[in-house]
Ligand binder design. Structure first.
Ligand code: ZN
Ligand code: ZN
Length: 588
């Protein structure tokens, strides 16, 4: 089947060579899109066979009953899949693809290469025991609304059968794991047992299965629970004399950065840029805080330490915030205001037929508070996009006060820009105009987060809420993103100590101790992800400035935004390449 596909491509490219290409222009390239579209369809079908759990999480439920045992055989299958598809890609002439397909091509290629690298070089299946945890996938089956509970429970039952083998394979894979990931694995696995005890039991009470079937399900669940407990016990008692450091080290970090961020910049360059940005932000913040001192703290003596001075002014300004009961309505009220400002300043077209639905955070999300966008998955075509806003109603006074100071009058507006308009929500609306299943599945996180962070600055530069207070708070917000990058890079490649990390976050980025401690925990069990916001943002901002310089007076911000978003959730470096080639075409 694959061979026939290759042959047809060769025929078409030969035909085009003998065709009617004009002598002075570059040769017309045969249209590769129909073939590539077919290839993509098959690729995704095959992908889901190799990764049934991933398929379920994306809303593709054909393989819900399958739990892959993570052994050598499974990894060999993944490698074969990656190699075969990389070979197929080689036979496709990229020049014959539309822009949308070009970026899809690059993203598939990156995914496959990342798979190979992950299995052969990174080998986290050996040192990260927290990769082994089944409860989340099972919880999703129980919580999903895509099918009747009967059907979902029967898939749940079949899928459970492999749990003992799954954890046996895990035990065979693990070698000198890091202490941090070992601890996390113990906590998360034990925490997930309730899915097989209470949640499953509640679900079984809702269906009319026969006694025999119920008993078989309960018996299999018992074996699953025993396997999970055994795995946690095994980890606790593991004779781990030379645990691996949770710090990734320079080489693996650089490679992971390449695959995950897909930036035009290297990790080293992004780190240097973050350091420079931190310095710039501190200078700007001091200037503003010094200016605002009299207005907010006139009778107090000015501290000599610049960072201390900034912190005191920030604390004062943070006192301006909404009441707990007004939190949701304040957010709702801001949506049309943001749209109006964008229209007035001609920043980007906002489709009026797709207003964002603001809703109270559903119960299953409760506790996380704040605000977030939830978009339908790639297979849920008719699903709504919501702006979930948490309610502070059940919070005690101190907790609500501390939260509202963080999301004060100024930061709340920046949050709305980031999450909703013209941030994540607007980006999503544009991405849906050139739908791509590949981008929905492999969407580039650095581009998506980078865009949202970029719009914060762009809105303020366009005059939104133009005040010294707003700018100072924005700089603080941007400092968080900037310092996340410095932290991640320094911890994983430069042996930064916990003490230095907390100093960076608390004293230089003005974070609360609890937030900083949480960030330390996060950086010791993840790598690179904390960089995605700053990387994407910097790349977009730099690119815009480059175009501005080139075009001079002719630069049009609205056109830039609309063109940029028209490529969907692709890595910034490819969008840049395609946009530049188009500019060159039109000026030639
Ligand atoms: Zn207050
Ligand atoms: Zn975001």
């Amino acid at each position: 089947m694959k061979k026939a596909f290759l042959a047809s491509i060769v025929c078409i490219s030969l035909a085009s060579c003998g065709g009617e290409s004009k002598p002075t222009e570059t040769k017309t390239v045969a249209d590769m899109n129909p073939q590539f579209d077919k290839y993509k369809e098959q690729f995704i079908e095959d992908l889901w066979k190799i990764y049934p759990g991933w398929a379920s999480s994306q809303g593709y439920h054909k393989y819900d009953s399958i739990l892959v045992v993570p052994n050598d055989e499974a990894r060999a299958k993944e490698l074969t899949f990656a190699k075969a598809n990389l070979d197929s890609l080689k036979s496709i002439n990229i020049n014959g693809l539309s822009d949308n397909n070009k970026t899809d091509y690059y993203m598939i290629e990156n995914q496959l290469k990342a798979t190979e690298w992950g299995i052969i070089e990174m080998k986290s299946y050996e040192w990260n025991p927290s990769e082994y945890n089944v409860s989340g996938a099972f919880a999703e089956i129980l919580a999903g609304n895509y099918d009747s509970l009967d059907v979902r429970l029967r898939n749940f039952y079949l899928k459970m059968a492999n749990i003992p083998a799954y954890y046996e394979a895990a035990k065979k894979n693990i070698k000198n794991p890091t202490l941090e990931h070992t601890q996390l694995a113990i906590e998360q696995n034990l925490g997930g047992i309730s899915v097989f005890e209470t949640d499953l039991h509640d679900a079984l009470n809702k269906v009319k299965f026969g006694e025999h079937e119920k008993q078989s399900i309960e018996a299999t669940a018992k074996q699953a629970i025993a396997a999970i407990k055994d795995f946690a016990d095994w980890l606790k008692k593991l004779d781990n004399k030379n645990p691996r450091s949770f710090r990734l080290g320079k080489d693996l970090y650089a490679k992971k950065f390449e695959f995950d961020i897909q930036s035009g910049y290297t990790a080293d360059i992004v780190y240097e840029k973050a350091l420079a940005r931190k310095k710039e932000l501190h200078e700007k913040m001091f200037e503003l805080a010094d200016k605002l001192w009299e207005k907010y703290l006139n009778k107090t003596e000015k501290p000599t330490d610049k960072l201390v001075l900034i912190k005191q002014v920030i604390d004062k300004i943070s006192e301006k915030h909404v009441k707990p009961e007004e939190f949701q309505t304040a957010i709702e009220k801001q949506m049309p205001e943001l749209v109006e400002f964008i229209k007035q300043k001609d920043l980007i077209y906002i489709d009026p037929s797709k207003p964002l639905v603001v809703r109270r955070e559903p119960d299953y999300m409760a506790g996380v508070a704040g605000a977030s966008i939830s978009a339908p998955g790639p297979y849920d075509k008719n699903g709504n996009t919501y702006y979930n806003v948490g309610s502070l109603a059940s919070w005690d006074k101190d907790r609500a006060e501390s939260y509202l100071r963080e999301y004060n009058h100024y930061i709340l507006q920046i949050l709305n820009i980031h999450e909703a308009i013209p941030g994540h929500y607007t980006q999503l609306v544009y991405a849906n105009q050139s739908p791509s299943l590949i981008k929905a599945i492999f969407g580039n996180g650095a581009m998506i987060e980078g865009w949202a962070v970029y719009t914060e600055r762009m809105m303020l530069e366009s005059g939104y809420e133009n005040s010294d207070e707003m700018w100072l708070m924005y700089y603080k917000w941007n400092l968080r993103t900037t310092c996340n990058t410095i932290l991640d890079y320094s911890v994983h490649t430069k042996e930064m100590s916990k003490e230095d990390a907390l100093n960076l976050l608390i004293n230089e980025a003005f974070q609360q101790k609890a937030e900083a401690e949480g960030k330390w925990r996060r950086v010791s069990v993840t790598q690179v992800q904390l960089c995605s916001y700053f990387s994407g943002y910097t790349e977009i901002y730099d690119f815009r400035e480059e175009l501005k310089k080139q075009a001079g007076d002719k630069f049009n911000l609205k056109q830039f935004h609309e063109k940029f978003l028209s490529y969907g959730s692709a890595p910034v470096k490819y969008i840049k390449e395609l946009m530049l080639s188009e500019t060159n075409k039109s000026t030639n």
